[in-house]
Design a protein around this ligand. Structure first.
Ligand SMILES: *[C@@H]1O[C@H](CO)[C@@H](O)[C@H](O)[C@H]1NC(C)=O
Ligand SMILES: *[C@@H]1O[C@H](CO)[C@@H](O)[C@H](O)[C@H]1NC(C)=O
Length: 498
């Protein structure tokens, strides 16, 4: 009996248990929410902050009194403001005394908000609004007061000399911020940032970042941007800078074309030099240290030979210096008895053009030949009154097949004429297109081609209208049966499909 009762009770508890758990969670949750506060309040030093508190649903509950408690970072709790409806508000001894007060000063138990004037960074911490209630006991809500300090941000470039060891090339600082700022760098230069923090004024933090890299001449002038993000800033502050890497001049002589022959006039050598700081002086010499020949005029970085003779069959040296150092380049100007045979400069282009013209002539020739053949045949047979339609292809999706069909069937003059005129109109247009293409203006070529296209394909007998680009492509392909087909195709198609 007793045993059974116990068992029943146990079974009962097994059922109630989870329910009880759920209920208690709900109650806890609800009671946690009944004291309504803002989870976080942000402020700057010197401002007045309002910490609001309210008891939302007091039905069936007796609100006795309210206490505001300050909990500092180290966990110390002190009461800073107490209100009981039967008494005056009280402000116990605390670092906030005389700066904290209920607002309104004669508070209501259901909304006992406080305000703190002239807040200090040391006021940061938890502010607990705690109600004494009956019957449920104490209930509280917690607001975190976050003290912000707007940092002063700055960035600077350090001028360095090109070298082999990592050095600081840029600095960025966010001084006296709270919370600490985040500094990042954006650059294509190849280096690393090291960021350090140190205490700033009045519980703030100063964050400094240095950008370290092995500076090379190529890095000079590269963009490097310091980005400072801080909670007090709507957007990160951006400092665009340019690396300053000093290096000795880099010198190169240009202008010698390996074709200085006796009697040639007005040839010029130019000494180009890059350096940081900008090179101050350019000095021309001969490698032997001898005098510069009389026929040579020197103006700055240019060396001009008025008339080439034996005297300039030497090695010229150009020396350039800046505050970092001096560099030189030299060129041996070989003097020839007679000029080199003239070089055809764009050999490739000319050969290409010739091949192109030959191909076009082949195409035209083929077309004319086919046209004549058809015409002759027709003349022999007499003009056809009626032509039965060609066998209908079930699979007409292949443009190529369709076209083969077209060409093999005898549509009569119009089509052939059009081929003819299209093709004769093409050479100039197409050659242009091809050349344009070579020069990198493919689109222009495409236009040319298409402009000739529509008039060339207005075939009334063609029910299966293909996109014009497809058509012209296969047209060309099917038309040349000779070994030039592939070349002709590849010759035309870039202009069409680009
Ligand atoms: C940057 O850091 C990487 C890895 O931490 C290191 O290998 C490299 O040498 C550093 N570069 C410089 C310029 O300090
Ligand atoms: C220039 O010098 C080279 C040898 O350095 C010599 O072969 C050539 O004949 C010289 N030219 C003239 C025009 O004297």
């Amino acid at each position: 009996m007793v045993r059974r009762d116990t068992r029943n009770w146990y079974d009962c508890m097994k059922m109630i248990g989870p329910l009880y758990l759920v209920a208690s969670v709900l109650i806890q949750h609800a009671s946690g929410q009944r004291v309504k506060v803002e989870p976080e309040v942000l402020s700057y030093p010197g401002q007045t902050v309002n910490l609001r508190c309210a008891f939302t649903d007091a039905t069936g509950i007796q609100l006795t009194m309210v206490t505001w408690i300050y909990e500092s970072k180290d966990g110390n709790r002190i009461n800073i403001a107490v209100f009981h409806p039967n008494f005056e508000p009280n402000y116990p001894e605390s670092p906030l005394k005389n700066r904290v007060s209920f607002a309104p000063s004669r508070p209501n138990l259901s909304s006992p908000s406080i305000q703190i004037t002239n807040v200090k960074i040391s006021d940061e911490g938890k502010y607990i609004c705690e109600y004494a209630t009956y019957p449920s006991g104490n209930e509280q809500g917690i607001t975190y007061l976050v003290m912000l300090a707007k940092p002063t941000n700055s960035a600077s470039i350090t001028t360095v000399q090109a070298g082999t060891a990592p050095v600081v090339v840029a600095r960025c600082e966010s001084a006296n911020g709270r919370p600490p700022a985040q500094i990042t760098w954006v650059t294509t230069a190849n280096g690393n940032a090291t960021t350090t923090s140190k205490p700033g004024t009045e519980n703030t933090v100063t964050v400094s970042s240095e950008y370290l890299m092995v500076p090379t001449p190529e890095d000079d002038g590269k963009d490097i941007t310091c980005v400072v993000a801080h909670r007090t800033q709507v957007k990160p502050e951006i400092f665009p800078l340019k690396l300053a890497v000093q290096y000795a001049p880099q010198v190169a002589i240009s202008g010698y074309d390996n074709n200085w022959y006796i009697g040639r006039t007005n040839v010029v050598l130019t000494c180009q030099a890059m350096g940081n700081p900008s090179p101050e002086s350019v000095k021309w010499k001969t490698i032997s240290g001898g005098e510069i020949p009389d026929t040579v005029q020197i103006a700055g970085n240019e060396l001009k030979v008025l008339k080439v003779d034996d005297a300039v069959n030497i090695t010229f040296v150009c020396e350039v210096s800046n505050s970092i150092g001096m560099s030189r380049d030299q060129v041996t100007t070989l003097v020839r008895a007679s000029p080199l045979p003239p070089k055809s400069l764009p050999t490739g282009a000319i050969i290409g053009a010739i091949i192109g013209v030959i191909l076009l002539l082949a195409i035209i020739g083929t077309v004319i030949a086919m046209y004549r053949k058809h015409r002759d045949k027709k003349l022999r047979e007499g003009p056809p009154k009626y032509k039965p339609p060609p066998p209908k292809k079930t699979n007409s999706s292949g443009g190529r097949q369709l076209d083969t069909n077209h060409i093999s069937m005898d549509e009569g003059r119009p089509l052939q004429d059009q081929y003819y005129t299209t093709q004769t109109a093409e050479p100039v247009t197409d050659l242009d297109a091809w050349h344009d293409d070579e020069d990198g203006y493919g689109e222009k070529g495409t236009e040319h081609y298409f402009s000739a296209d529509p008039s060339g394909w207005d075939d009334p007998g063609d029910n299966e209208v293909l996109p014009s680009y497809m058509h012209t492509g296969t047209d060309t392909q099917n038309h040349q049966q000779g070994p030039t087909v592939n070349r002709g195709d590849s010759f035309v198609s870039p202009a069409m499909f680009v």
